[in-house]
Design a protein around this ligand. Structure first.
Ligand code: DC
Length: 662
């Protein structure tokens, strides 16, 4: 997850590859309970790993179900051996955290099965109402007591005297989870037809559809009369399907479906694993809308494959009431369509994480689009090629704004897009940007070079800037220091160009954050010694050594970008880098900094000899024939002699921001 204030997306060019998206939460916990109530063993693939599923699994284990985690070595595959008509282990005390999707259906299932159960959760769970469900269950003779406040968990459940002949009334206008809980529990006791009547207008119907659909997969066909009456037929009984796949989250999939439509090239595609066109989540209908805009989408049993069809995309005029969340993605796809796209019947956008109609309007306009907003629709006309603007996208603590605007980085004018507060994606998809970066190709990975003489503060400046931007960091000097150290360890002379080059080409080095491992030994401190600094300066004069380390340095350039420090980053290794800083400080300042650094580590040092040493090293580094230390022609000079580190970081950040134009 990117925990930075903003994330800069460079112009992106194409996308191809396979993504696995997180599983749907509502499906995961329903499937766990269904498997637990069934006869036989069910292998559940792609289960969401979250707090809510973890408490459910623990509870099922306590109740006597077989639980195997990580089936066949796959961490997201879990096998459940169900109770299959048997009785759950009792007495049992179940702690259900803050998982409503565990508390409600378990209350219903355990109270019809009977036993001695105590169900509790975190304090917040004890403030979440369950009275309507308990009332419904008491009507059929279930024994449920509130052990805290009336109407709320914690609960104590006993043995029921079931009366199932009269229809069971349940409120549908507070939470659809109460109806779901009854639908999941009552097949356990269907000795006769059981009717459930919904009181009030049923909300969140797509979630009831998910419940009904999953029930079918476990052998239960519920008859439905509109959204008012549901009937479970006499003799219904749960049967394990053997194995079942939890669908990937369909709203999350919309970004990758759009990606395929916008950015795949001939013969390439985006493949989304874990979801098919027959998915049972409402937002899967985004597939139809994306097709209308020109996406080429095929569906397998458990994957979708998307490639470019029409290009530019086709503008649409669509009622989006059935896909309110995924429709935001259409608004960004509209930037790549010919003409004006209108998304209608989206008044609910106004009352989501933020006023999404207002937010989308403001942010799309920043990119140069012409946008008309009204109470319940939005119209988007893309900018002309020369009117596209780089923009810093405000995200309003709304995960979907952050995710859908990342797609604007494919703009044909190659403008950068800054996403503010990128960590807001954690609400549904913490690794969204990492997943995006695994399939997109930029025109080039942005590199910020910081070159300069010894002890000018390059390392501190470069690593701070990298941290601020969420970029990788390359300390190229460390590679020369490592070569010097490895040579010393293996008895290779610092004058032996061929021997050193052979060594440098296969340095067994691993960078783990601040730690540098050579042959699996932590050498982070060892390479910082004055001896290795001098050794590095010596071995780095050889062209063959420099050549041998080039590919390793290039491999550090990954999305979203790289900050590289050294002597020749801007001149030789990354000559096309968009920002090059040449950092200097006068020799007296640098000698003093190094002196303080050594003293603070308890290493004795003399200021005069340090200064003489670093001047000697400067001379060697800048007068050598191969890649000498000198500013690149397009470098920005920064003398930090009188600056604090914060001032230098701010200077580089400002330079970077003006390069991007955001
Ligand atoms: O930046 P540093 O002090 O860790 O670098 C050690 C030596 O490595 C330096 O004296 C010259 C050499 N070096 C180089 O030649 N090219 C680089 N890109 C980085 C360092």
């Amino acid at each position: 997850m990117f925990n930075t204030a903003y994330l800069d997306l460079p112009p992106l060019q194409s996308a191809a590859g396979t993504v696995q998206l997180p599983g749907s939460k509502s499906i995961s916990n329903r499937v766990l309970l269904l498997a637990a109530l069934s006869r036989g063993r069910t292998v559940i693939h792609d289960l969401l790993d979250s707090d809510d599923t973890r408490v459910m699994l623990t509870a099922l284990e306590q109740l006597g179900c077989g639980v195997e985690r990580g089936v066949a070595g796959v961490p997201t595959d879990v096998a459940i051996t169900g109770l299959g008509g048997g009785v759950p282990k009792s007495p049992a005390k179940l702690f259900l955290g803050n998982a409503g999707t565990a508390m409600r259906p378990l209350t219903a299932a355990l109270s019809v099965l009977g036993g001695d159960f105590a169900l509790s959760g975190v304090p917040r769970m004890h403030e979440r109402p369950i009275g309507d469900l308990v009332d419904a269950l008491r009507q059929l003779g279930c024994q449920i007591d509130y052990t805290g406040n009336d109407g709320f968990p914690p609960l104590k459940i006993g043995t029921p005297g079931l009366k199932l002949d009269a229809p069971i009334a349940v409120r549908g206008d507070v939470s659809s989870q109460f109806l779901t809980a009854l639908l999941l529990a009552l097949p356990l006791v269907a000795k006769q037809d059981i009717h459930i009547d919904v009181i009030g207008e049923l909300i969140s119907k797509p979630y009831i559809e998910i419940t009904l659909n999953l029930l079918t997969k476990f052998g239960i066909n519920v008859k439905r009369d509109g959204w008012q009456r549901f009937t479970i037929s006499q003799g219904a009984s749960y049967q394990s399907p053997g194995e079942i796949w939890v669908e990937a989250d369909a709203s999350s999939a919309s970004y990758f479906i759009a990606l395929g439509a916008i950015s795949t090239t001939t013969n390439s595609s985006i493949r989304i694993e874990g979801l098919s066109e027959n998915a049972i989540q409402g937002d899967i209908r985004f597939v139809d809308a994306a097709r209308l805009m020109g996406a080429q989408i095929t569906s397998g049993a458990n994957h979708l494959e998307i490639s470019k069809g029409a290009w530019p995309l086709k503008a649409i005029d669509l009622d989006c009431n059935h896909i309110p969340d995924a429709a935001m993605t259409l608004a960004v796809m509209a930037l790549y369509a010919e003409g004006t796209t209108t998304l209608r019947n989206i008044a609910s956008w106004r009352v989501k994480e933020t006023d999404r109609i207002a937010a989308m309007t403001t942010e799309l306009r920043k990119l140069g689009a012409t946008v008309v907003e009204a109470q319940d629709f939005i119209s988007v006309t893309p900018p002309a090629l020369n009117a596209w603007k780089a923009a810093s996208i405000h995200t309003y603590d709304d995960h979907r704004i952050a995710m859908c605007f990342s797609l604007a980085a494919f703009n044909p004018a190659s403008k950068a897009v800054r996403i503010e507060d990128p960590k807001c994606v954690a609400k549904t998809f913490p690794d969204y940007f990492e997943t995006l970066f695994s399939v997109v190709k930029p025109s080039s990975v942005p590199v910020i070079c910081v070159d300069g003489p010894t002890a000018s503060g390059k390392g501190t400046l470069a690593s701070r800037v990298a941290q601020q931007l969420g970029f990788s960091y390359l300390d190229s000097g460390a590679l020369y220091r490592l070569t010097a150290l490895a040579a010393k360890q293996q008895g290779i002379s610092w004058d032996d160009e061929a021997g050193l080059a052979k060594l440098a080409a296969h340095l067994p080095v691993v960078f783990e954050g601040q730690t540098v491992l050579l042959n699996e030994d932590d050498v982070s401190e060892l390479i910082r010694s004055e001896e290795m600094g001098m050794g590095a300066s010596k071995v780095s004069v050889f062209p063959a050594v420099r050549e041998a380390l080039t590919a390793l340095q290039h491999s550090f350039a990954r999305l979203p970008g790289l900050v590289a420090d050294g002597r020749d980053m801007g001149t030789v290794i990354f000559p096309t880098a968009p920002l090059k800083i040449f950092l200097t400080a006068n020799a007296a300042t640098r000698a003093e900094r190094r002196y303080k650094q050594l003293i603070s580590k308890g290493i004795s040092a003399k200021l005069d000899s340090l200064r003489a040493d670093l001047e000697a090293r400067d001379l060697r580094d800048s007068s050598r024939a191969s890649a000498p230390l000198k500013p690149a022609e397009d470098a920005v000079l920064l003398d930090n002699s009188g600056q604090t580190i914060e001032e230098s970081v701010a200077f580089v950040s400002n330079q970077w921001q003006s390069k991007l134009g955001v």
